[in-house]
Design a protein around this ligand. Sequence first.
Ligand code: WT7
Length: 674
Amino acid sequence: MSESDKEKQKKYYPEPELAKNARVKSMDDYNNIWKQSIDNPDKFWDKEAKMVDWFKPYSKVWQSPKGDGDDFVGKWFVDGKLNVCYNCLDRWVEKGYGDQKSLIWMGEDDTLKEYTFASLKDKVCKAANALKELGVKKGDRVCIWLPMVDDLAISMLACARIGAIHSIVFGGFSAESVKDRIDDSDCKILITADEVMRAGRARPMKDNLKGIIETCPSIEKVAVVKVTNGDVYEYEKDVNYTALIEKQSTECPCEEMDAEDPLFILYTSGTTGKPKGVVHTQGGYLVYCMSTNLYVWDYSCLVDLKGGKPSERDVWYCTADIGWITGHSQIVYGPLALGAISVMYEGVPTWPHKGRFWEIVQKLKVTHFYTAPTAIRALMKYGEKEVNKWDISSLKMLGTVGEVCNWPEWIWYWKVIGKGSTGEKPVGKPIVDSYWQTETGSYMMVNFGAITPMKPGSCTFPFFGINPKLLDEDGNEVKNTNTQAYFAYDMPWPGLMRTVWGNHERFVSTYLSKFPGHYYTGDYAQIDDEGYYFILGRADDVIKVSGHRLGSAEVESAINSHPKVAESAVCPYPHSIKGSTIFAFVTLMEGVDPSEDLKKEIQNHTRSVAGPTVKPEVIMFADALPKTRSGKIMRRILKAIATQSEIGNTMTLANPDVVQHLVEERAKLGKIEF
Ligand code: WT7
């Protein structure tokens, strides 16, 4: 074994002082609590749910499911009534913490807005009253398409306050994707911005909706946040949301919601068809977000000050965009309901300079820092010097999410950011590797920062109440170590999505049917001989670009909408920063001549239809695509052709002869490296 292989397979230990004051103090404690949580989940979740202030207590922790083809999820905290916004804000004000910091928002231009629980509550009440004035009622859907301005967090809390269901669309998606999502859940209001600030420049946002928003019949008003006050396209249903908020009162009662009422919809990509509207609930989601964040990160917060003063709480900074589930659960709902200090930053990590994250850590004395492997890879490129300009000694714990954190970025994070040692028994600031999904609400497989010995690239062990299973094609448990298997869970937990908006059948068929009695993740995983879990990637046609999830069908339909394209198929291709990028095989219409210019045209077209994250970075023209006799494109073979690796069996193809031709065409493109 080479020296570096030995390094990779070592265990890395959290600094021992962290365990002393931790909520879960040792791996023995973790194992005991985990076992109890599996043997008696109702008892465990009943205890966790005490962290929530209920307007009316629940009569039952869990009620098993009935019918609907859904034999898994059931109902959580039955008959319980609560309000999520009340739990994030009002209760802290009522308990005397009104003047304590809650959300700290920092702009690209260094503007700081340090909200206290009281000032955030006032602002949220005004925004909620503004929504009411626009006719929003309990149960209505509100689409939010905003950049990372504070109004984004405020708008979502305002919806939660009045019982409206928010559906946030990532700011980097296209106006067409906003339309699809608005139509799918009949949103009544769209909240958007005039323009967005990105790397020092104002860029269009509202203008992109021209001609598109007019075709959304459900929309009654478009509430415009004035970010730049730029001169932008106005639609007859536009309302100046910023001005409307200002004139509202700071009094707005919290709507009493049922534990099982939807809190939000968040669209995510799957293998086929349109994105799915993942539905999360009020009660179960909130309890799960709080419980996971509390034990995993162990930061001091109002729920448990760990002996400190409220003003000396830890400072939590999650760098995700609120347009993704990570931002929902790990910037807004989880931390605020726990009474934590949560940092929200407007911009990108590399502007105005390459050490921007570390500058924020210094400036705000961040103690807990949570980012994505793709961001670490990007920052690694600039070297240690960009880090060493800043004082990051306030950091206690680090973390990652979104994809596997591979060895090069893991060890850089450990050494350069965490200042961890590398000797016989390496010790340092923990790197929390959190594995979860939009669907699961919060962490599923994750190390407890203060206590779990780490292995680079492993998300280690399950959270409490989570029982992972490795299965073969027939649903039998795979007992062998180091063997790739399908990854599933065999019991429900409160934070699991409840349905796909408007299509319960799709929920059942996507997640619950492949292995009856299990929730199936769509990922492959394996376990090593010490029981550490390693995620091996998607078993389906979902592509992860910079940790963002893209469905192959969505990308292909954007490419296919170009008038000169007859058909296309996409697959992931290795990229040193993004993890994967998109490699597209494109068949042109009869009589169209292939050219480099046409490739650019197709790339630009795809970006404009699907958004800037959805660029097919490589296009290869193909006369035909390898298909099975039933007409299904064999992506496994395309991936092998793209990466110039072993093709494997082509027996099941209807047209095996196209493969050789594509291999030759691919060879002509030469070596492609990103
Ligand atoms: C998919 C879910 C959860 C918020 C961000 C992504 C992959 C996620 C890890 C990790 C290995 C990971 C899986 C999963 N994934 N975290 N720590 N290690 N893979 O949410 O867009 O719903 O994507 O991301 O493939 O299924 P998402």
